[in-house]
Design a protein around this ligand. Structure first.
Ligand SMILES: Cc1ncc(COP(=O)(O)O)c(C=O)c1O
Length: 405
């Protein structure tokens, strides 16, 4: 039970390469952590504790679950090198980015740099800001940053020199798995007075990421991929001075300072209380308490292992499949250097087959993977045993034989 001052959940014995926390997981080899992670018993236990508490105490569960979310904010902040008071819980990446895009102190004509080839979650919200505030979007090809010989910043530098106000990009590219050179981009932005907003959903939980060291200004992350939480439970972070400068256009009743005191004291019901000047103002109404309790369970398992160790484990898993896949005619998108690799590994299939055909054939053999933009994507995480790599390659061989008939 989550008590008034909730003790941490009991350790769940999460171990690299051990799927003991996923007793119900059907596929033999689950490689869809870049899409939706399955729920561990750690996440389920967090969820069930919260649900049981609400079932038993109703409103009485509110304060303990508020405290639980405080603890979760601290853990999430720790995962990105931030302070918990600069973190707000948001439903998903889109919700967090939409709130930021709508709350920026824009001036008409401000330029926003977006990337073609990105997942749309870090494009659509800025397009809406463009339409609402009369901004000027600039689209650059993400391929510039994915060149095998290193990123080409030419077009980005030109856009920044032209007075861009904000650059929006993902920490890891969903198609290629390229880890974006955020530090270099942030330095270039700041040298020209621009800001950097990062969609980190494909990084946090698998790739080490530190907002201070990188110089990121805003970061948003959904919880259902590498954090292994449920859908509908994510977080946002902003540099404190940036959060204070936001115009709280999406504020709700819980965004005010001392928002709830009228519930406990007479004469406190007022409509002129200031809005918090911290990012917490994004949490404007009743929260997804059960989802965040599940997310805490999931993240606790991950923190027990440590993100550095997870990254190394996942790279070993990729090492074991990338050569064999290339030998079978798949063209790898893996970056040549470690610093640009992530949890995602994709290939363009041989010309006579499509990724969808292959993924379907693999699924029939108990290997679950996905097919963004015609690529075959493997995204293993900490529970994937290294031996599974051999099983996956065996399934690829069978799939090739079946499909080539
Ligand atoms: C880079 C990236 N951003 C965001 C998302 C998802 O956004 P949201 O959390 O809003 O569903 C995905 C995948 O679904 C993604 O690959």
């Amino acid at each position: 039970m989550i008590a008034a001052d909730p003790p941490p959940l009991p350790p769940m014995k999460a171990r690299l390469g051990d799927r003991g926390l996923f007793p119900d997981l059907e596929p033999k080899v689950y490689l869809n952590h870049a899409a939706i992670s399955p729920m561990s018993t750690a996440a389920r236990s967090g969820l069930m504790q919260a649900a049981s508490l609400i079932a038993r105490d109703g409103l009485g569960a509110f304060r303990p679950l508020l405290a639980q979310r405080g603890r979760l904010r601290a853990t999430l902040a720790g995962l990105v090198g931030a302070e918990s008071e600069d973190v707000a819980l948001v439903l998903n990446t889109s919700a967090g980015l939409t709130a930021l895009a709508l709350c920026m102190p824009w001036r008409p004509g401000d330029r926003v740099v977006l990337f073609e080839g990105e997942f749309p979650a870090n494009v659509t919200p800025w397009q809406q800001a463009v339409a609402t505030f009369g901004l000027d979007p600039v689209y650059l090809p993400i391929a510039d940053l994915a060149r095998p010989d290193g990123p080409d910043f030419g077009r980005l530098d030109a856009a920044l020199a032209d007075g861009a106000r904000l650059v929006a990009i993902s920490a890891v590219q969903f198609q290629t798995g390229l880890r974006t050179p955020l530090g270099e981009i942030a330095a270039r932005c700041h040298a020209r007075g621009a800001e950097l907003a990062v969609d980190a959903i494909q990084a946090v939980g698998c790739c080490p990421i530190d907002v201070e060291a990188l110089g990121v200004d805003y970061l948003v992350c959904g919880g259902h991929k590498w954090l292994m939480g449920p859908e509908g439970a994510g977080f946002a972070w902003a540099r404190p001075d940036k959060a204070a400068a936001l115009v709280p256009r999406t504020a709700g009743w819980l965004s005010h300072e001392a928002a709830t005191d009228f519930l406990f004291e007479p004469g406190k019901l007022r409509y002129d209380k200031p809005i918090q000047r911290r990012l917490g103002f994004l949490e404007g109404g009743a929260q997804n308490a059960i989802g965040y309790a599940a997310l805490e369970g999931a993240v606790q398992a991950l923190v027990e292992i440590g993100v550095e160790a997870i990254f190394e484990h996942v790279q070993r898993w990729h090492d074991a499949v990338d050569g064999p896949m290339s030998a079978r005619g798949f063209r790898s998108n893996r970056a040549p250097d470690r610093a640009r690799r992530s949890g995602i590994l994709t290939w363009r299939p041989p010309d006579d087959l499509t990724a969808v055909q292959l993924a379907d054939a693999l699924e029939r053999r108990g290997v679950a993977c996905s097919t963004p933009e015609g690529l075959l994507r493997f995204a293993p995480h900490w529970p994937n045993a290294l031996e599974e790599a051999e099983t996956a390659i065996g399934a690829v061989d069978e799939a090739l034989t079946e499909l080539r008939g």
